[in-house]
Write a protein that binds this ligand. Sequence first.
Ligand code: PRE
Length: 311
Amino acid sequence: MIYTYLGPSGTFTESALLQVPGAADARRVPAASVNAALENVRSGAADAAMVPIENSVEGGVSATLDAIATGGSLQIVGEYLVPITFVLVARPGVDTLESVRTVATHGHAWAQCRGWAEANIPAAEFVPASSTAAGALALLEPDNAYDAAICSPLVAERHPLTVLRAGIEDNAGAVTRFVLVRRPGQLPPSSGSDKTTVVIPLPEDHPGALMGILEQFAARGVNLSRIESRPTGQGLGSYFFSVDADGHIDEARMADALAGLHRISPDIRFLGSYPSARISDASRPSVARHNTDEAFAAAAAWVRRLRSHRA
Ligand SMILES: O=C(O)C(=O)C[C@]1(C(=O)O)C=C[C@@H](O)C=C1
């Protein structure tokens, strides 16, 4: 098994990958971007990719949402949660906050520390890096052009970087959600606590299209845990919705909702049903009697009986 992930080593994405049973001893190939990691899977260079999809403070990771919504089909087979805390590290020679003029980090990390940065290093300029670890490791390069980086405490432990401040995130308790992605194949079996991810192009010039999409879930008692609109890139007014819904396609209410969605938006993309990494089962909504598999089976049998009795 070959895994790939948003690298280099020391990213939060690598921490998510290390939660996968067996991944710590498997081959792990760092990729320079989310897109590159997904391409490694599409091309067969790797069997599975770990990529960030959503942060509890900053929201969806557009690079991932867009890259799995288009191009060769991929399938999400699992989700993993990583608690996020950041440190500010400096290159050798920079040892006070006052001397920090430039900070390299991932855009999502900067967004989660912006308040702290404005209060503590107001003159510092943000330099976008492909990941938190990439920004930090660049500080050790001889021709490096910036003073500090925001990264995980893990990177700071592993490399000779000076930690200027720890715990600089604006929101304590932030969590990033990662997904493990493979080429389409066998679906993970229903675990009783699953998620299904779909990408639904919004039919254009169709009043009420979004309402029609949401009704497919609502009418079957399917709870949504994430819904995001993203531009398709094909012109103003052209959108797709990226949706996570609670449940597995093997459950009748989910299968029925997906069939309804396909009638509204035939280019819908199914990205998989996979075990949910929900922190607590307490928040799992119960399924009303009329939305159970048994109720769907009884209703379908009733209609079959009616149709078989012809005059
Ligand atoms: O740069 C990293 O370390 C990543 O794993 C990426 C990423 C993200 O895309 O949100 C992951 C977690 C943090 O929220 C910040 C950055």
